[in-house]
Ligand binder design. Sequence first.
Ligand code: MF3
Ligand code: CO
Length: 278
Amino acid sequence: MDVIVIPVLLSLVIELKTPGEIDAIDAAGSVVARILTAVRERAAPGVRPTELDALAADLIAEAGAVSSFRGYHPRWAPGPYPGVLCVSVNDAVVHGIPARTKLKQGDLLSVDFAVHLDGWCADAAFSMLVSGGSEASMNGSARSTSADEKLIRTTEAALQAGIDAAQPGVRMGDVGHAIAQVARGAGYGMLADHGGHGVGRSMHEEPHVPNESKPRRGLRLQPGLVIAIEPMLHAGGRDSYRHDRDGWTIRTADGSRAAHAEHTIAITEQGPRILTLR
Ligand code: MF3
Ligand code: CO
């Protein structure tokens, strides 16, 4: 999702994976899915995102995997990434550095996570509403959780639409078109300049996977192509964003909440296969 489309990059090599390599990415994806489930179960009011990061780091070690995030240093970033998770709360869309600030009832949490296992990467993300504990822990705010739930559900539906569209023989533009139909149809904004990406030995490979594009345009999807699809939706309906002072965290420009969902998938003869499932 850090891929910003530069026309020159479009000519770079796209590596197709063998069935055995796809199985290896699926093994990494199972680790990602299992750890994300553990993070989801731990996330609750009073828990610090730094604690979620520590939990994930322990589970990575236990699985014999390696964080794809920690130490990652793309050109646009101020320094190497410090965590194993991205934890983006409320108006943070993506790339939130796990903070010590405790989660609160009603926070909208997005968690992004990738590992390498035996040299192969898998990348996934989910969004959730922080809840749990007693009624007494409710902050009593009038904020409606149903708006947040709808944003999360629509983000998941946009991801699923993108996956369903990713059939062999169709074009990449059909994927972005399917995602945007769902997101725009519900009146949401989408994070400008960001989308999904190829996945393989590296977390970010060619091709770029747009979250919005014209149908019947672009790369023809072939069996063996492995990509991460990751819609990022803004409740406020606008696409603009800003970077935090930390240089990583991306926030909606209007302060509205955002949600993110991601799976790594393979295009196969039989259709899309999700690799980041338990
Ligand atoms: N998982 C993100 C993506 O989908 C990348 C996170 S950036 C990192 O592209 F620095 F945290 F790794
Ligand atoms: Co990604």
